[in-house]
Ligand binder design. Structure first.
Ligand code: AVJ
Length: 321
C-alpha cells in the first residue's frame, strides 16, 4: 500500500474540500457540509458555544452524566470495551471509564492524531491498568475500525455523546447507526446522546446566542474557504440565521446574502441574490419515542435512557438485537 507523504495527504484533503464547496454552492439551495465548520478556529468557537448560558446542550448532557454515571456503568457491565467514534480529547469518556467495572479497554477514534495521543497519555496516567487503543482516522471509513477485531472483551459498547447524531438527516443517521451495528455482535451496546425536541424559543436562543458566538462560528466557514481555497467571500455581506423548522424537527443554520453579489473560487463564479442563503448545518431534535424507533430500525433494541428533569436532552442505552 502506498503511503502518502503529509504534503500529498493535505493536497488530497484540500481537493476534496474544494470539490465539496463547488458542488454545494452549485445547488439550487446552496449548501456547505457542516463538518467543515470545525477547523482549528471553528473548534475553538464551538468550545466557546458550549460555555454559553444560552446553549443548554453541553451543560445539560454533562449534568446527566454526572448524575447517572453509575447507572450507565451498571448498564454497560463488567469487562466491556468502550469504543468512541470521533472521540476528540476523550473528556466525556474518562469519568465513565473510571466508573466501569474492570473495563477490557478503550478504543477512541479521531482524525486528529495530536489530540488523540495527548488524551491517550492523560487517560493512561489516570487509569494505568486500562488498555487504550487509539485509532487515527475518520470513523465513517473502514480504516478507523481495523483495530477492533483484535481486542478481546465480554462485550463491546459504542459511546457516541454530544448529540453529534443530530447533524445527520434521519436517513443518514439511520445508516450511521446501521453501520455501527455492522461492526458489533448481538448483545453489544450503544450509549448515545440526543438533543430532545422542545420549546422553539429555547431552541432558537441556543442557536442565536446573545453574544453572537454562533454567528462567528457560522461565518468562520467563509473565512476558511477564503484562506484555504483562495475565495473572495466578504463575510460582512453575509448574516448568520438559525431557526427551528417544526415539521423537519430541526434547527437549520444558514448564511444569508445581504445583497446581490458574486463570489469567486479558483475561476468558478457564484451568484447570490439578495436574501439567498447557504445552508450550513442541521441540528435534528428527537422525541424519546422517535429516537427509539430510529434505534430499532437500525438494529438496536432500546434498553433505557437518562434525561434531565426538563427533558431537554437524553442519553440512550441500546443493545444489538
Ligand atoms: C456539535 C452537532 C451538537 O447541533 O448543537 C452548535 C453544533 N451548531 N451550535 C449542535 C452547533 C451551532 C452542535 N453539535
Amino acid at each position: 500500500m502506498a503511503i502518502n507523504p503529509p504534503g500529498k495527504q493535505r493536497d488530497h484533503e484540500l481537493q476534496v474540500f474544494f470539490q465539496d464547496v463547488i458542488t454545494g454552492l452549485s445547488r439550487k439551495q446552496k449548501t456547505l457540509p457542516c463538518k467543515y465548520l470545525y477547523d482549528e478556529r471553528g473548534s475553538q468557537l464551538f468550545e466557546q458555544i458550549c460555555e454559553l448560558q444560552d446553549y443548554y446542550v453541553t451543560r445539560t448532557e454533562a449534568d446527566i452524566f454526572a448524575h447517572d454515571l453509575l447507572e450507565m456503568a451498571g448498564a454497560i457491565g463488567a469487562d466491556a470495551l468502550l469504543i468512541e467514534p470521533g472521540a476528540g480529547n476523550c473528556e466525556k469518556a474518562e469519568p465513565l471509564l473510571a466508573a466501569l467495572e474492570s473495563p477490557a479497554g478503550y478504543l477512541p477514534m479521531d482524525i486528529s492524531p495530536e489530540i488523540l495521543l495527548a488524551a491517550k497519555h492523560r487517560i493512561q496516567a489516570r487509569l494505568p491498568d486500562l488498555p487504550v487503543h487509539a485509532a487515527v482516522g475518520d470513523f465513517t471509513t473502514d480504516t478507523a475500525w481495523e483495530l477492533l477485531p483484535s481486542v478481546n472483551a465480554r462485550r463491546r459498547v459504542i459511546f457516541f455523546p454530544g448529540s453529534t447524531i443530530g447533524n445527520f438527516d434521519p436517513d443518514q443517521a439511520s445508516a450511521l447507526l446501521a453501520g455501527f451495528v455492522s461492526r458489533l455482535s448481538p448483545g453489544d451496546g450503544l450509549l448515545i446522546g440526543t438533543d430532545l425536541d422542545k420549546d422553539p424559543v429555547v431552541l432558537e436562543r441556543a442557536y442565536n446566542d446573545s453574544d453572537q458566538v454562533t454567528a462567528r462560528f457560522n461565518k468562520n466557514l467563509l473565512h476558511r474557504i477564503n484562506t484555504e481555497l483562495g475565495a473572495d467571500f466578504n463575510p460582512a455581506l453575509f448574516a448568520h440565521r438559525s431557526f427551528y423548522h417544526p415539521l423537519r424537527r430541526r434547527v437549520e443554520m444558514h448564511l444569508v446574502s445581504l445583497t446581490e453579489q458574486m463570489v469567486h473560487i479558483d475561476g468558478e463564479c457564484f451568484h447570490f441574490q439578495e436574501g439567498e442563503t447557504i445552508h450550513t448545518e442541521n441540528s435534528h431534535k428527537y422525541t424519546l419515542e422517535g429516537f427509539r424507533q430510529l434505534l430499532q430500525q437500525a438494529g438496536f433494541t432500546p434498553i433505557r435512557h437518562w434525561a434531565d428533569t426538563s427533558n431537554h436532552y437524553a442519553i440512550h442505552f441500546a443493545e444489538v438485537h
